[in-house]
Design a protein around this ligand. Sequence first.
Ligand code: MAN
Length: 558
Amino acid sequence: MLVFVFTALSLLSPCLATIPRPRGVAISMASFYKPDVPFQCLDGSKQVPFEYVNDDYCDCPDGSDEPDCCDGSDEWEGNIECVNNCKELGRKMREDREKQMQLQDSGYKVKLQYMEEGKKRRAEKRAEMETLEQSKVELEALKNEVEARKIEVEGPEKEAKEKHEQAWKEVQEAKKAELDKIKAETAFYEMDENKDNRVDLVEIKAHAQFDVDNNGEVCDSEAREHLEIGEEADHVDLEHFMEKVWPNIRDFYKSPAEQEDKGDNQEIEPKEEENLADAARKQFTDADNALRDAENAIRDLQNYLNLDYGPNEEFSALKGNCYEYTDREYTYKLCGFEKATQRPKAGGSETTLGNWGKWEGTPEDKYAAQKYENGQSCWNGPNRSVKVNMKCGLENKVTGTSEPSRCEYAFDFETPARCTEPPARASDDTHDELIKEEIRALRRNIRRLEDRVVAFESVGSSQQDNLLNLVTHLDARDVQQVLSTLCKAIFSNEELMNCSRKGKRTNKCSESGPRPPLDIVKLEKLEHLVREKTNMSKDCLCKKLENMQKTLRQKKKQ
Ligand code: MAN
């Protein structure tokens, strides 16, 4: 029956099969059976070394140290001191198994959807990629074409611009000269106060700006100097004024009207060439941008397609989605196939714990864990990293976080993508029938062995070896019977009860004195035969033999 149960459980999922626990322990009870600490009897009555668990001898009053023999029936010679909690354990185990089956069942249905969506998404991305690759070729050709056109029209544009600039400069200079002439004439008529078409000494003296030595008046010599005339003359006409006087005073002469000619500074552009070049430039920029967009989209698609989303694309459901988990200090965030972060609840900036790295399960189960690596560096430590352990669950969620060693984090994550197809269930009838059949087979084996013992005891020692050889085709489940049969064949009951294995005095038998050792030749023969016919270790054999002797002694006392 136990063999059957283990097999059924191991079919459920790779996760279930790997939960370490002694044979016969239900998953729900696994945490009570930790090999590295003493075992606490489940009724709380006492603690025993972990080696006592499943050593086929009942140490706990409730039998919890012998989890695979819930009714004690596999104890030596039916030494049933254990509480019969078969029903209770069986019910619990069936409940656990049922829950697991239901979880796998429902989760697997979601996983099937994920698989379908994931495969569809990959196909779409591939098709999109092909289209983009094709348009990239076209866009490259277009870019080259418009670039050539751009270069072609930019040459004449440059030439036209240079020509135009030259012409523009000339126009500006002519304008400036014309303006200067107007200013000079205006200045002449402004200074010619009496309007006799001459500027004489008196008129020029009225302008304080010609008082070069700043003594408060424009004297004769200053007036003559500005008018560029000697002692013999006392006035200038327009022609002389424009030619000789104006170049000297244009920089500081202030018109009373202070009229400034704003000038016509409008630039005349070589429109046609520029328009053509502008259009070519715009076409080039557009083609270049379109090509760049296509290249970026191709890169994104490539990144998506390069990722391993599981054998059937089931994990693609996590891509681009983020899941948060808050503990006492931090809010942790996992963004599938992207990164993991940590943000203090009390406020402060987010720390990157790692970026998508790789799948990091076991060789047999690659998809059992993900690794996010190269996160922010840790002071005096490694760059932060996260291992995400994944197991079957009905929805995608982080169910726990820890930091097993500084800056190395572990997240527990549940996802339907990890659920497996549950095996077809045997009907309850079939189940019961299988168990009954197993019990019948065991009983047949026991009867066969008992017959052999009787036959063995009734023949002379010459035939004993032959009989011993009969005990060869026993399977692993008959270990106890092999030992019993061989012991009874080799030793008498008295020898077993009165001798100890090593011949040493124990505390318990101190009143009756030390027991003699068992015959060493017989003992070696027993060891040899048992180990030849079973895979029992020497230690285990010794323990079982001592148990058997103890049981025989107890029986005798009763
Ligand atoms: C921060 C957090 C912790 C980490 C320390 C290391 O406080 O990222 O998780 O242990 O830095 O200095």
